[in-house]
Design a protein around this ligand. Structure first.
Ligand SMILES: [Cu+2]
Length: 377
């Protein structure tokens, strides 16, 4: 990857001295024999205090919304296998890098050591090499929705955008709350993909390299608009991770509020009613949905979100030779359906939990500190 600073980059771009191909897309080669349909993500659960598995990162041909796509995957699955462990468990992952570039693993949100062969983002695993990751989840670790993905400096966006992401669930106190236990649990891994005509992941252009890449294909658990069911009177627990490198998801379910029960920081004190839920890249949340409407089908929307951009350059972008789609602003102008929720059957009305996880209130501040931030090119 070329190393150039932001100012230089813009100057070079304006002078057309750098072409996209010079920036390179290293992983579109080495295509494997395609297999026909996408295998759904496997579950690996800890047993007797140990979560142990083989994990291989590679380029695979997968079925993405009926089209053949060459994606980066762990064990041939997009999203990757779901891992589940409990506080006190040891995690041992025998990792093989079959990508054509270096990579590593990061366990997003876990409170574990960042050193050695634990959650160490400075590790460099070259192509064809193996590494055994091993760490122990502390006994007092909070339960929650976490995820794993590559964290090799300079390649994170490229590899996550290629598809490398999986859920990591820590089971614990939140799962033991009776009302939550009674809810139907579903996992939503949100990934966006941009493909060219041959099914290869689109290489970034100058603008998306600066502003972050967004793909036009929105997937949930590797599928376009999958179906979820909810029972009339029942509760649905959605455990959501934004595993897209740049896209913000502004979620809203038709005619149904969300009851937020957990965020990146873990379980809340009490459920919070929301009309919309905003998830920035990497962010997780857990919500409950009540099956309290007329039995029918309801759409889970992703609403347009303006995440800012190169406003000063105006809409013309003539200098860059690109259209609006290349801007840092999300090119999604209209709501898009992510999931269809369908009423199916009925149960006796389940209540919402009143109390969740005790959250210690922060003490009153004793000192005030001021910061001045200025940005320049
Ligand atoms: Cu992360």
């Amino acid at each position: 990857m070329l190393k150039i600073n932001r100012r230089k980059f813009i100057i070079l771009t304006a002078a057309s001295a750098v072409t996209t191909s010079a920036v390179g897309w290293a992983i579109a080669q080495n295509k494997k024999t395609p297999f026909n349909s996408q295998t759904s993500s496997k579950l690996h659960k800890s047993a007797n205090g140990l979560l142990e598995l083989d994990l291989e990162a590679s380029l695979n041909s997968l079925n993405l919304g009926g089209k053949q796509a060459y994606l980066l995957s762990y064990n041939g699955q997009v999203p990757a296998p779901r891992l589940e462990a409990k506080p006190g468990d040891t995690v041992r992952i025998r990792f093989t890098n079959n990508l054509s570039q270096p990579t590593n693993l990061h366990y997003h949100g876990l409170h574990v050591s960042p050193a050695g062969n634990a959650d160490n983002p400075l590790l460099n695993i070259p192509p064809k090499e193996r590494l055994i990751y091993e760490f122990t989840i502390p006994k007092n670790h909070p339960s929650g929705t976490f995820w794993y993905h590559p964290h090799h400096h300079g390649m994170v966006a490229e590899q996550v955008f290629g598809g490398l992401a999986g859920l990591l669930i820590i089971r614990g106190e939140l799962d033991e709350i009776p009302e939550i236990k009674a809810a139907k649990e579903e996992f939503l891994v949100l990934q966006d993909f941009g493909l060219d005509g041959n099914g290869n992941i689109q290489p970034p252009n100058h603008m998306t390299m600066m502003m972050g890449r967004e793909g036009q294909i929105l997937t949930v658990n590797g599928q376009i608009n999958p179906n979820l069911s909810i029972a009339k009177g029942g509760l649905l627990r959605l455990r959501i991770v934004n595993a897209s490198p740049s896209r913000f998801y502004r979620l809203a379910l038709e005619n149904h509020p969300f009851y937020l029960i957990a965020t990146d920081g873990g379980g809340l004190d009490t459920p919070v009613e929301l009309k919309e839920l905003l998830l920035s890249p990497g962010e997780r949340a857990e919500v409950l949905v009540r099956g309290e409407r007329e039995p029918s089908q309801y759409r889970l929307w992703n609403l347009p979100y303006d995440r800012g951009g190169m406003g000063m350059m105006g809409d013309g972008m003539g200098m860059m030779g690109g259209g609006m789609g290349m801007m840092g602003n999300s090119s999604q102008r209209n709501p898009q359906v992510l999931v269809t929720v369908t009423y199916q059957g009925s149960v006796s009305r389940l209540p919402l939990p009143q109390k969740l996880i005790p959250v210690e209130t922060l003490p009153e501040p004793k000192a005030v500190r001021g910061f001045e931030l200025s940005m320049d090119m």
